[in-house]
Design a protein around this ligand. Sequence first.
Ligand code: PLP
Length: 372
Amino acid sequence: MLLFTPGPTPVPQNVRNAMGQETMHHRTPEFEAIFEKTRKHLFNLLKTDEVVMLSSSGTGAMEAAVINLCHNTLLNVNSGKFGERFGKIAQANGLGSIEIKNEWDTPVDVEDILETLKNNPNIDAIAVQVSESAGGLRHPVEALAEEVKKINPDIMIIADGITAVGVERIDVGHIDCLIAGSQKALMLPPGLSILGLSNKAVEKIGSGKGYYLNLASEIKKQRQNTTAYTAATTLVIGLLEIFETIERDGGLEKLYDETSRRAKAVKAALETIGLHVYPKIPAPSMTTIDDVDASQIRTLLKENYGVNVAGGQDHLKGKIFRINQMGLISVYEMAWVVNSVELVLNEIGRRKYDGSANKIFNEIFFNLKTNS
Ligand SMILES: *Cc1c(COP(=O)(O)O)cnc(C)c1O
Protein backbone atom coordinates (compact mmCIF):
# COMPACT_ATOMS: atom_id res chain seq x y z
CA MET A 1 0.00 0.00 0.00
CA LEU A 2 1.37 3.41 -0.95
CA LEU A 3 0.92 5.79 2.00
CA PHE A 4 0.08 9.16 0.46
CA THR A 5 -1.56 10.90 3.41
CA PRO A 6 -0.20 14.34 4.41
CA GLY A 7 0.96 12.94 7.73
CA PRO A 8 1.94 10.41 8.73
CA THR A 9 4.30 9.99 5.79
CA PRO A 10 6.35 6.84 5.04
CA VAL A 11 9.61 6.35 6.94
CA PRO A 12 12.53 5.41 4.64
CA GLN A 13 13.93 1.89 5.16
CA ASN A 14 17.43 3.05 6.17
CA VAL A 15 15.89 5.35 8.79
CA ARG A 16 13.83 2.47 10.22
CA ASN A 17 17.01 0.42 10.38
CA ALA A 18 18.87 3.22 12.18
CA MET A 19 16.06 3.36 14.75
CA GLY A 20 16.12 -0.41 15.20
CA GLN A 21 19.45 -0.61 17.02
CA GLU A 22 19.96 -1.43 20.70
CA THR A 23 18.55 1.07 23.18
CA MET A 24 20.93 3.92 23.89
CA HIS A 25 20.95 5.68 27.26
CA HIS A 26 20.17 9.37 26.90
CA ARG A 27 22.75 10.60 29.44
CA THR A 28 25.82 9.35 27.59
CA PRO A 29 28.54 10.95 25.44
CA GLU A 30 27.37 8.71 22.55
CA PHE A 31 23.86 10.12 22.58
CA GLU A 32 25.07 13.69 23.22
CA ALA A 33 27.21 13.45 20.08
CA ILE A 34 24.14 12.41 18.05
CA PHE A 35 22.09 15.17 19.68
CA GLU A 36 24.74 17.78 18.82
CA LYS A 37 24.89 16.73 15.16
CA THR A 38 21.08 16.69 14.88
CA ARG A 39 20.91 20.15 16.46
CA LYS A 40 23.37 21.52 13.88
CA HIS A 41 21.21 20.13 11.07
CA LEU A 42 18.14 21.71 12.68
CA PHE A 43 19.79 25.16 12.73
CA ASN A 44 20.50 24.72 9.03
CA LEU A 45 16.93 23.60 8.33
CA LEU A 46 15.09 26.24 10.35
CA LYS A 47 17.57 29.17 10.05
CA THR A 48 16.44 30.44 13.47
CA ASP A 49 18.64 31.74 16.33
CA GLU A 50 17.76 28.88 18.69
CA VAL A 51 16.25 25.40 18.35
CA VAL A 52 14.60 23.05 20.83
CA MET A 53 13.38 19.46 20.43
CA LEU A 54 10.49 18.13 22.52
CA SER A 55 9.24 14.59 23.09
CA SER A 56 5.67 15.25 22.00
CA SER A 57 3.51 15.27 18.92
CA GLY A 58 3.21 18.58 17.09
CA THR A 59 0.49 19.88 19.38
CA GLY A 60 2.94 19.78 22.32
CA ALA A 61 5.17 22.28 20.52
CA MET A 62 2.11 24.44 19.70
CA GLU A 63 1.20 24.53 23.39
CA ALA A 64 4.82 25.19 24.44
CA ALA A 65 4.96 28.12 22.00
CA VAL A 66 1.68 29.62 23.19
CA ILE A 67 2.31 29.39 26.94
CA ASN A 68 5.91 30.61 26.74
CA LEU A 69 5.47 33.36 24.14
CA CYS A 70 2.00 34.71 24.90
CA HIS A 71 1.56 36.38 28.28
CA ASN A 72 -1.69 38.22 27.63
CA THR A 73 -3.87 37.65 24.55
CA LEU A 74 -3.32 35.36 21.56
CA LEU A 75 -4.65 36.16 18.11
CA ASN A 76 -5.08 32.92 16.18
CA VAL A 77 -5.87 32.45 12.52
CA ASN A 78 -8.55 29.81 12.01
CA SER A 79 -8.79 28.63 8.41
CA GLY A 80 -8.96 25.03 9.53
CA LYS A 81 -8.65 22.57 12.37
CA PHE A 82 -5.02 23.29 13.22
CA GLY A 83 -5.50 27.04 13.31
CA GLU A 84 -8.53 26.57 15.54
CA ARG A 85 -6.36 24.48 17.89
CA PHE A 86 -4.18 27.48 18.77
CA GLY A 87 -7.24 29.30 20.13
CA LYS A 88 -8.26 26.26 22.18
CA ILE A 89 -4.74 26.05 23.63
CA ALA A 90 -4.84 29.73 24.66
CA GLN A 91 -8.23 29.27 26.33
CA ALA A 92 -7.20 26.07 28.11
CA ASN A 93 -4.28 27.97 29.60
CA GLY A 94 -6.36 30.94 30.76
CA LEU A 95 -4.98 33.33 28.16
CA GLY A 96 -7.02 35.92 26.29
CA SER A 97 -8.07 34.60 22.90
CA ILE A 98 -9.15 36.37 19.73
CA GLU A 99 -9.70 34.56 16.46
CA ILE A 100 -9.89 35.47 12.79
CA LYS A 101 -12.02 32.82 11.14
CA ASN A 102 -12.26 32.05 7.45
CA GLU A 103 -13.59 29.20 5.34
CA TRP A 104 -11.03 26.37 5.07
CA ASP A 105 -10.09 27.27 1.48
CA THR A 106 -9.26 30.88 2.34
CA PRO A 107 -5.89 32.19 3.56
CA VAL A 108 -5.87 34.98 6.12
CA ASP A 109 -5.95 38.57 4.85
CA VAL A 110 -3.03 40.55 6.30
CA GLU A 111 -5.30 43.63 6.49
CA ASP A 112 -7.66 41.70 8.81
CA ILE A 113 -4.74 40.99 11.12
CA LEU A 114 -3.65 44.64 11.21
CA GLU A 115 -7.23 45.81 11.81
CA THR A 116 -7.68 43.32 14.67
CA LEU A 117 -4.42 44.45 16.26
CA LYS A 118 -5.55 48.08 16.11
CA ASN A 119 -8.75 47.22 17.99
CA ASN A 120 -7.13 44.87 20.52
CA PRO A 121 -3.99 46.31 22.10
CA ASN A 122 -3.75 43.33 24.51
CA ILE A 123 -2.68 40.97 21.75
CA ASP A 124 0.96 40.07 22.37
CA ALA A 125 1.27 37.02 20.12
CA ILE A 126 -0.16 35.82 16.79
CA ALA A 127 -0.37 32.14 15.88
CA VAL A 128 -0.85 30.95 12.33
CA GLN A 129 -0.09 27.90 10.20
CA VAL A 130 2.37 28.22 7.32
CA SER A 131 0.52 25.39 5.63
CA GLU A 132 -2.94 24.67 7.11
CA SER A 133 -3.30 20.94 6.60
CA ALA A 134 -7.09 20.83 7.06
CA GLY A 135 -7.66 22.21 3.54
CA GLY A 136 -4.07 22.27 2.24
CA LEU A 137 -3.76 26.05 2.00
CA ARG A 138 -0.74 28.35 2.30
CA HIS A 139 -1.08 31.40 4.56
CA PRO A 140 0.95 34.53 3.73
CA VAL A 141 2.94 34.12 6.95
CA GLU A 142 6.10 35.95 5.92
CA ALA A 143 4.19 39.04 4.69
CA LEU A 144 1.94 38.97 7.75
CA ALA A 145 4.95 38.82 10.09
CA GLU A 146 6.71 41.66 8.31
CA GLU A 147 3.67 43.96 8.50
CA VAL A 148 2.99 43.17 12.16
CA LYS A 149 6.62 43.83 13.13
CA LYS A 150 6.42 47.27 11.47
CA ILE A 151 3.60 48.16 13.85
CA ASN A 152 4.92 46.46 16.98
CA PRO A 153 8.11 44.38 16.99
CA ASP A 154 7.25 43.00 20.44
CA ILE A 155 4.28 41.00 19.16
CA MET A 156 5.44 37.40 18.89
CA ILE A 157 4.80 35.60 15.60
CA ILE A 158 4.24 31.87 16.10
CA ALA A 159 4.27 29.97 12.80
CA ASP A 160 3.17 26.34 12.75
CA GLY A 161 5.31 24.88 9.98
CA ILE A 162 4.51 21.24 10.68
CA THR A 163 3.55 20.69 7.02
CA ALA A 164 5.93 23.37 5.69
CA VAL A 165 9.34 22.87 7.33
CA GLY A 166 11.22 20.48 5.04
CA VAL A 167 8.81 21.27 2.20
CA GLU A 168 9.88 24.78 1.22
CA ARG A 169 12.30 27.50 2.32
CA ILE A 170 10.52 29.72 4.87
CA ASP A 171 11.81 33.24 5.42
CA VAL A 172 12.11 33.49 9.22
CA GLY A 173 13.32 37.12 9.17
CA HIS A 174 10.21 38.30 11.06
CA ILE A 175 9.08 35.02 12.62
CA ASP A 176 9.74 34.38 16.34
CA CYS A 177 8.82 30.73 16.54
CA LEU A 178 8.73 28.16 13.75
CA ILE A 179 7.31 24.74 14.67
CA ALA A 180 8.06 21.39 13.00
CA GLY A 181 6.86 17.86 13.72
CA SER A 182 8.38 14.47 13.06
CA GLN A 183 5.61 12.61 11.22
CA LYS A 184 5.04 15.01 8.31
CA ALA A 185 7.77 16.42 6.05
CA LEU A 186 10.48 14.96 8.30
CA MET A 187 9.40 11.40 7.37
CA LEU A 188 9.64 9.98 10.92
CA PRO A 189 7.20 8.22 13.22
CA PRO A 190 5.16 10.62 15.42
CA GLY A 191 6.48 11.77 18.80
CA LEU A 192 9.11 14.45 18.22
CA SER A 193 8.37 18.14 17.80
CA ILE A 194 10.76 21.00 17.13
CA LEU A 195 10.68 24.72 17.81
CA GLY A 196 12.95 27.25 16.11
CA LEU A 197 13.13 30.51 18.08
CA SER A 198 14.30 34.07 17.42
CA ASN A 199 16.57 35.84 19.93
CA LYS A 200 13.60 38.06 20.73
CA ALA A 201 11.53 34.98 21.55
CA VAL A 202 14.28 33.60 23.81
CA GLU A 203 14.34 36.96 25.58
CA LYS A 204 10.57 36.94 26.12
CA ILE A 205 10.64 33.34 27.37
CA GLY A 206 12.85 34.48 30.26
CA SER A 207 12.56 31.85 32.97
CA GLY A 208 9.75 30.15 31.04
CA LYS A 209 6.20 29.04 31.75
CA GLY A 210 4.72 25.63 32.54
CA TYR A 211 6.68 22.63 33.69
CA TYR A 212 7.21 19.92 31.05
CA LEU A 213 6.75 22.49 28.28
CA ASN A 214 8.93 25.15 29.94
CA LEU A 215 11.13 26.27 27.07
CA ALA A 216 13.69 27.99 29.32
CA SER A 217 14.61 24.67 30.95
CA GLU A 218 14.96 23.03 27.55
CA ILE A 219 16.99 25.85 25.98
CA LYS A 220 19.44 25.70 28.90
CA LYS A 221 19.91 21.93 28.65
CA GLN A 222 19.84 21.63 24.87
CA ARG A 223 22.60 24.20 24.49
CA GLN A 224 24.66 21.56 26.34
CA ASN A 225 23.42 18.84 23.95
CA THR A 226 21.15 17.17 26.45
CA THR A 227 17.48 17.52 27.44
CA ALA A 228 15.64 18.47 30.64
CA TYR A 229 13.75 15.15 30.69
CA THR A 230 14.32 11.83 28.90
CA ALA A 231 14.96 12.56 25.24
CA ALA A 232 13.04 10.72 22.51
CA THR A 233 16.35 9.00 21.71
CA THR A 234 15.05 6.74 18.94
CA LEU A 235 13.43 9.64 17.09
CA VAL A 236 16.50 11.87 17.44
CA ILE A 237 18.63 9.05 16.00
CA GLY A 238 16.05 8.76 13.21
CA LEU A 239 16.10 12.51 12.59
CA LEU A 240 19.88 12.52 12.17
CA GLU A 241 19.53 9.69 9.66
CA ILE A 242 16.84 11.70 7.82
CA PHE A 243 19.17 14.69 7.53
CA GLU A 244 22.01 12.49 6.28
CA THR A 245 19.65 10.84 3.79
CA ILE A 246 18.51 14.23 2.46
CA GLU A 247 22.16 15.28 2.12
CA ARG A 248 23.09 12.10 0.26
CA ASP A 249 20.15 12.72 -2.04
CA GLY A 250 21.43 16.18 -3.02
CA GLY A 251 20.50 18.42 -0.09
CA LEU A 252 17.64 20.60 1.08
CA GLU A 253 17.51 22.91 -1.94
CA LYS A 254 17.05 19.92 -4.23
CA LEU A 255 14.31 18.57 -1.96
CA TYR A 256 12.50 21.94 -2.01
CA ASP A 257 12.82 22.16 -5.80
CA GLU A 258 11.51 18.63 -6.32
CA THR A 259 8.63 19.16 -3.91
CA SER A 260 7.64 22.36 -5.70
CA ARG A 261 7.73 20.66 -9.11
CA ARG A 262 5.83 17.66 -7.73
CA ALA A 263 3.13 19.97 -6.34
CA LYS A 264 2.73 21.85 -9.62
CA ALA A 265 2.71 18.64 -11.65
CA VAL A 266 0.10 16.90 -9.48
CA LYS A 267 -2.16 19.97 -9.49
CA ALA A 268 -1.99 20.31 -13.28
CA ALA A 269 -2.49 16.56 -13.82
CA LEU A 270 -5.63 16.44 -11.69
CA GLU A 271 -7.04 19.64 -13.19
CA THR A 272 -6.49 18.16 -16.66
CA ILE A 273 -8.82 15.28 -15.81
CA GLY A 274 -11.50 17.67 -14.59
CA LEU A 275 -10.88 17.81 -10.85
CA HIS A 276 -10.96 20.99 -8.77
CA VAL A 277 -8.23 22.08 -6.36
CA TYR A 278 -9.88 23.18 -3.11
CA PRO A 279 -7.73 25.93 -1.52
CA LYS A 280 -7.46 29.37 -3.12
CA ILE A 281 -3.70 29.33 -2.47
CA PRO A 282 -2.47 25.71 -2.28
CA ALA A 283 0.50 24.81 -0.10
CA PRO A 284 3.15 22.65 -1.78
CA SER A 285 2.81 20.06 1.01
CA MET A 286 -0.32 18.46 -0.41
CA THR A 287 -2.94 18.64 -3.15
CA THR A 288 -6.50 18.91 -1.85
CA ILE A 289 -9.36 18.11 -4.23
CA ASP A 290 -12.99 18.90 -3.42
CA ASP A 291 -15.39 16.60 -5.20
CA VAL A 292 -18.89 15.16 -4.76
CA ASP A 293 -17.40 11.68 -5.19
CA ALA A 294 -14.44 12.29 -2.85
CA SER A 295 -15.37 9.49 -0.50
CA GLN A 296 -15.84 6.90 -3.27
CA ILE A 297 -12.64 8.00 -5.03
CA ARG A 298 -10.69 7.45 -1.81
CA THR A 299 -12.16 4.00 -1.25
CA LEU A 300 -11.46 2.84 -4.80
CA LEU A 301 -7.92 4.24 -4.74
CA LYS A 302 -7.24 2.11 -1.71
CA GLU A 303 -9.09 -1.06 -2.74
CA ASN A 304 -8.18 -1.25 -6.41
CA TYR A 305 -4.88 0.63 -6.76
CA GLY A 306 -3.15 0.34 -3.38
CA VAL A 307 -3.06 4.08 -2.81
CA ASN A 308 -3.95 5.53 0.60
CA VAL A 309 -4.87 9.24 0.55
CA ALA A 310 -6.48 11.29 3.33
CA GLY A 311 -10.06 12.53 3.51
CA GLY A 312 -11.42 15.65 5.19
CA GLN A 313 -12.46 16.43 8.75
CA ASP A 314 -15.51 18.10 10.27
CA HIS A 315 -17.67 19.81 7.62
CA LEU A 316 -15.30 18.64 4.87
CA LYS A 317 -15.67 14.94 5.78
CA GLY A 318 -16.49 13.02 2.58
CA LYS A 319 -16.12 16.21 0.53
CA ILE A 320 -12.36 16.38 -0.10
CA PHE A 321 -9.36 14.14 -0.47
CA ARG A 322 -5.77 15.14 0.23
CA ILE A 323 -2.66 13.74 -1.48
CA ASN A 324 0.70 14.08 0.23
CA GLN A 325 3.67 15.71 -1.51
CA MET A 326 6.02 15.94 1.49
CA GLY A 327 9.28 14.08 1.86
CA LEU A 328 11.54 12.10 -0.44
CA ILE A 329 9.00 10.64 -2.86
CA SER A 330 9.90 8.49 -5.86
CA VAL A 331 8.65 10.03 -9.10
CA TYR A 332 7.21 6.70 -10.24
CA GLU A 333 5.09 6.48 -7.07
CA MET A 334 3.68 9.99 -7.55
CA ALA A 335 3.02 9.26 -11.24
CA TRP A 336 1.16 6.09 -10.22
CA VAL A 337 -0.99 8.08 -7.78
CA VAL A 338 -2.26 10.54 -10.41
CA ASN A 339 -2.72 7.69 -12.88
CA SER A 340 -4.77 5.80 -10.28
CA VAL A 341 -7.02 8.80 -9.75
CA GLU A 342 -7.66 8.89 -13.49
CA LEU A 343 -8.41 5.14 -13.53
CA VAL A 344 -10.89 5.62 -10.68
CA LEU A 345 -12.68 8.40 -12.58
CA ASN A 346 -13.05 5.97 -15.49
CA GLU A 347 -14.35 3.28 -13.15
CA ILE A 348 -17.10 5.49 -11.73
CA GLY A 349 -18.11 6.61 -15.21
CA ARG A 350 -16.95 10.19 -14.89
CA ARG A 351 -14.37 10.30 -17.66
CA LYS A 352 -12.95 7.86 -20.21
CA TYR A 353 -9.36 6.89 -19.35
CA ASP A 354 -6.75 8.15 -21.82
CA GLY A 355 -3.62 8.50 -19.69
CA SER A 356 -3.76 12.31 -19.58
CA ALA A 357 -3.02 12.66 -15.88
CA ASN A 358 0.22 10.72 -16.12
CA LYS A 359 1.26 12.52 -19.31
CA ILE A 360 0.73 15.98 -17.83
CA PHE A 361 2.37 14.99 -14.55
CA ASN A 362 5.53 13.82 -16.33
CA GLU A 363 5.59 16.72 -18.75
CA ILE A 364 5.46 19.31 -16.01
CA PHE A 365 7.68 17.53 -13.51
CA PHE A 366 10.48 16.91 -16.02
CA ASN A 367 10.15 20.06 -18.13
CA LEU A 368 10.35 22.31 -15.08
CA LYS A 369 13.57 20.48 -14.24
CA THR A 370 15.25 21.02 -17.60
CA ASN A 371 14.12 24.65 -17.69
CA SER A 372 15.42 25.51 -14.24
C1 PLP B 1 -0.23 17.41 12.00
C2 PLP B 1 -0.27 18.84 12.30
C3 PLP B 1 -0.14 19.33 13.61
C4 PLP B 1 0.18 18.51 14.81
O1 PLP B 1 -0.63 17.50 15.13
P1 PLP B 1 -0.17 16.33 16.09
O2 PLP B 1 -1.20 15.32 15.84
O3 PLP B 1 -0.17 16.86 17.47
O4 PLP B 1 1.22 15.92 15.65
C5 PLP B 1 -0.17 20.69 13.78
N1 PLP B 1 -0.31 21.54 12.77
C6 PLP B 1 -0.43 21.12 11.50
C7 PLP B 1 -0.57 22.14 10.43
C8 PLP B 1 -0.42 19.75 11.23
O5 PLP B 1 -0.52 19.35 9.96
